[in-house]
Each structure stands twice: as C-alpha cells, then as structure tokens.
Ligand binder design. Structure first.
Ligand SMILES: [Zn+2]
Length: 276
C-alpha cells in the first residue's frame, strides 16, 4: 500500500528499467503485461484516473504471482487515453477515436515485437463496451501485422457482454470471480472500485465517500445508463452506480489479490498451451 497523491503510475513498470535491462528481459523470455485505462469521472469521491491506478495495482500483483509460477514478466506503462461512452456527458471524461487507439497500439506492438518480446497480455481497467472492443481490435491488428502473440485478458462477464469468442486466440478468459459483495449492480465508482482505491491509493479517496447515498439501478435503468451521454448523466447526476459508502480497504485489497491470482494462472495456462 502507498499513501496516495504523488505516487506515479510508472511505478513497477519497465519505464523504471534501463535499455540493457529491458533487452535482457526480452532475451530471457519475459512476457509483457499492458493495462488499458481511461481518464473518466468516478463520482464525486474518486479521482478521474481510477481506471488507470487500479489496473496498474492489479498488474503489479499479477507480476508477483507470475514470478511465483516461474514466469518472468515486465509491465508496459499504462495506456490512458481511452474511449468513454457511458460517462461522455460528464466533465473530465474524454475519448479518442477507436482508430487512433488501435493505430497507437499497433505502433507499440511493432516496437515490442522488434525488441524480441513474443507475448503481450492486455488488460482493461474500464468497463465501457466500445473501449474494450477497441482493445480487442488493437490486439487483432498487432497479431496480424507483426506476428506478436497479443491477447486481451478479460473477465467472463465482459467477454459475454461485448461479445467476444472465448475460443479466439486474441482473447484470454479469466477464471470466474467470486460472487459480488453488493446485492445490487455495483457498476461504477461504487463499493468495489472505492474499496480497491482505499486499498491502493487511500490519499486520493475523498473522505465524503462515506456519506454518499447508494445509486441502485434496475435492469432497464442499467440498459439506459449504458447508452451513456445525457442518459447516464440524468440517471446518476453524481456519476456513481453502486454504494461507495460501503467501500472497505481490506475488501479492496482482497479483490485485487484474487483478480491477480486468477490472471496469473490464466497467463501461465495460455503460455503452456502456446509451448505445445
Ligand atoms: Zn472505473
């Protein structure tokens, strides 16, 4: 855990290494872990970089679990100019065109491939459907143009929602997570994200979170909320969906750790299949 503001998102990534260290890792067969976040409103209590901070913490834990499994890994600095549809009606929730994002991904894949890296595991920190389809599209381009074994690692419910083919080599499906702690949809800046931010960046969580009322949506409202823009802003003027006041640091730390363990096993299993 660290104190909060001022801790940079390059911590633990290959941006802290020298070029000979990166080159040696490639020669030794290190795999790459790359998070795709976004700058986006996260209610009145979480910072706009939440979807960058959280997958960064997740990947640092994934790397630790991979080391225990004998798989060397480096973390690519996180991507954070993503795509917002749901939050597009709020300030501080900008989007780039999907084609801009996939071409940027392609250029980075080109560089990684020419440095000798063979496997790139791409993770998302953001639930927006178009953002995640764009990550998958970028992965497909990297595979086709540069022959690099890039793959999009995603939770089973996201793979079903987009939908993506779980048998597609450009997709790696995580083992199912434990059932959610909340009894109603906890979709954005609610109990889960507030808990994980309290665990990883407590100094960035506004103390007012404990007094925020829950935003509880039924299935029809969730569908309308996912249409985004003014629809989402009308349904939840503060921006969150779920119960931030129920946020708990220990619960957040356990959730990150569980997701990291599942991801490390999915990565190791995929590498075993690739070696066959
Ligand atoms: Zn988020």
């Amino acid at each position: 855990m660290n104190s909060g503001a001022g801790d940079d998102i390059l911590r633990g990534t290959l941006a802290e290494l020298t070029w000979p260290e990166v080159a040696r890792a490639a020669r030794e067969g290190a795999v790459l872990l790359w998070a795709f976040g976004v700058i986006e409103q996260h209610g009145p209590h979480l910072p706009t970089g939440t979807d960058v901070y959280l997958p960064s913490a997740w990947l640092r834990a994934v790397r630790r679990h991979l080391a225990d499994l004998g798989v060397p890994a480096l973390i690519v600095p996180p991507y954070y100019w993503g795509v917002n549809v749901v939050s597009a009606g709020f300030p501080a929730s900008w989007s780039v065109r999907p084609a801009v994002m996939t071409e940027l991904m392609a250029d980075v894949f080109s560089g990684l491939a020419s440095d000798g890296f063979r496997h790139v595991f791409c993770f998302s920190g953001h639930g927006d459907a178009l953002h995640n389809r764009t990550v998958h599209a970028g992965v497909l381009i990297g595979r086709a143009r540069y022959g690099i074994d890039a793959t999009f690692v995603a939770e089973p419910d996201l793979v079903a929602r987009l939908p993506l083919d779980p048998a597609d080599p450009a997709v790696t499906v995580l083992p199912a997570p434990p059932p959610p702690a909340a009894a109603f949809p906890d979709l954005h800046a609610g109990r889960a994200e507030t808990s994980m931010m309290l665990a990883d960046r407590p100094g960035l969580v506004r103390p007012g979170h404990a007094g925020l009322p829950p935003v509880v949506l039924g299935p029809d409202e969730v569908a309308r909320w996912r249409r985004g823009h003014r629809h989402a802003r009308r349904i939840t003027p503060d921006g969150h969906v779920g119960d931030p006041a129920a946020g708990d640091a220990a619960e957040g730390a356990a959730a990150t750790e569980d997701a990291a363990r599942r991801a490390a096993h999915a990565v190791a299993a995929r590498l075993r299949r690739a070696d066959r």
